[in-house]
Design a protein around this ligand. Structure first.
Ligand SMILES: [Zn+2]
Ligand SMILES: [Zn+2]
Ligand SMILES: [Zn+2]
Length: 341
């Protein structure tokens, strides 16, 4: 059989932020679009810190040649018999995973995504507890799946989505209790902390949707995606003195399994778990810490605590601008829907 000509092939190239890990993989154009799940399961959230776990699956049978990999610092973390995750030991980015019969590439480290290359769908939506990102991407195919029910992988029904919406309406109306803790942890448990509700931020949305909730947005910028491995990184900001280590002590950045990477030396520090690879904090301004939204131990959007909003500031940096626009528009629409009635 003749090998495909250069015009019939597509090469996906990628590197993590610190460039310790670089790879490229080539498939025939006939393999497109490649399956690109956005996993909403609790494991993916806690092992990455990302609530939008975007990967692309390249079946081994579709690879034209072995991938070209220059990986000088990959840390492995196995979350099941069938999946070994690999993240950069220096910058923390999830890079690619080893699965039976496939390469699973984290889309945030890709150099480009062309229109039509990926076929995106949401999986394990049931595990999110609140519909997760399916709330913002209603036109995408969404599948249930839950860590407890291996057979329940059918499509998420309209009735289920209506249920998620009515839950969200109640959370939107509810005031923030004056006391309480938002627990956060990584998958391996080496990073465990909580956010206190004792000093709520007076952060009234222009929509009037919620008060005293912490603003949470997806950042599409290249640094966030190459440091996380995922295209859109959900962050919420918290005053540093509202964050406590699990034992109640003040937060410190050399505790537990935290590792620090300076993505802009002397200006921006990012922490991740050195064991499981969860991305955890972003620090630039003194006294304020951004926290990865996927670490919350509540339902995935944590709407009792967080107010998700669209943020266009870095839109032009998005790897896949139409995808970023869809999710931003989805957030705006969801917020309007849960505010009405
Ligand atoms: Zn790296
Ligand atoms: Zn998952
Ligand atoms: Zn960990």
């Amino acid at each position: 059989m003749a090998s495909p000509s250069a015009t019939d092939i597509v090469t996906l190239t990628a590197h993590c932020h610190c460039k310790s890990n670089v790879f490229s993989i080539t498939v025939p154009e006939s393999a497109l679009p490649l399956c690109s799940p956005i996993c909403q399961c609790a494991t993916c959230r806690h092992v990455t810190g990302s609530s939008l776990h975007t990967t692309v699956i390249v079946p081994l049978s579709q690879c034209i040649a072995l991938p070209v990999i220059s990986a000088t610092n990959l840390v492995q973390y196995k979350t099941s018999d069938n999946l070994t995750r690999q993240f950069c030991g220096t910058c923390g980015a999830d890079v690619y995973y080893l699965a039976p019969n496939a390469w699973v590439l984290c889309t945030g480290v890709l150099d480009s995504i062309a229109p039509g290359q990926l076929s995106r769908s949401l999986i394990y939506v049931e595990d999110s507890g609140d519909g997760g990102a399916a709330a913002y991407l209603p036109t995408y195919k969404s599948y249930c799946g839950s860590s407890s029910g291996r057979d329940a992988h059918g499509p998420v029904t309209d009735i289920a989505m209506l249920g998620y919406k009515s839950q969200a309406k109640m959370k939107a109306k509810a005031g923030v209790p004056s006391r309480g803790k938002l627990q956060c942890r990584c998958h391996c448990g080496g990073v465990e902390f909580y956010i206190s509700r004792k000093k709520p931020i007076d952060d009234v949305s222009e929509t009037g949707l919620t008060v005293h909730k912490r603003r949470c947005t997806y950042c599409p910028c290249e640094t966030c995606r190459r440091c996380s491995g995922f295209e859109l990184t959900g962050w919420f900001g918290v005053p540093q003195d509202d964050i406590f280590w699990h034992d109640g002590s003040a937060i410190q950045f050399d505790k537990g399994t935290l590792k620090t990477y300076e993505s802009t030396p002397g200006v921006v520090c990012r922490e991740f778990c050195g064991v499981c690879g969860a991305k955890v904090f972003y620090r630039r301004e003194a006294g304020v810490i951004d926290v990865m939204a996927g670490l919350v131990e509540t339902d995935s959007r944590a709407e009792e605590w967080l107010k998700w909003e669209a943020d266009d500031d870095f839109a032009q940096a998005a790897l896949d601008l139409p995808f970023f626009r869809e999710i931003s528009d989805g957030i705006i629409k969801w917020n309007l829907d849960i505010q009405s009635g």
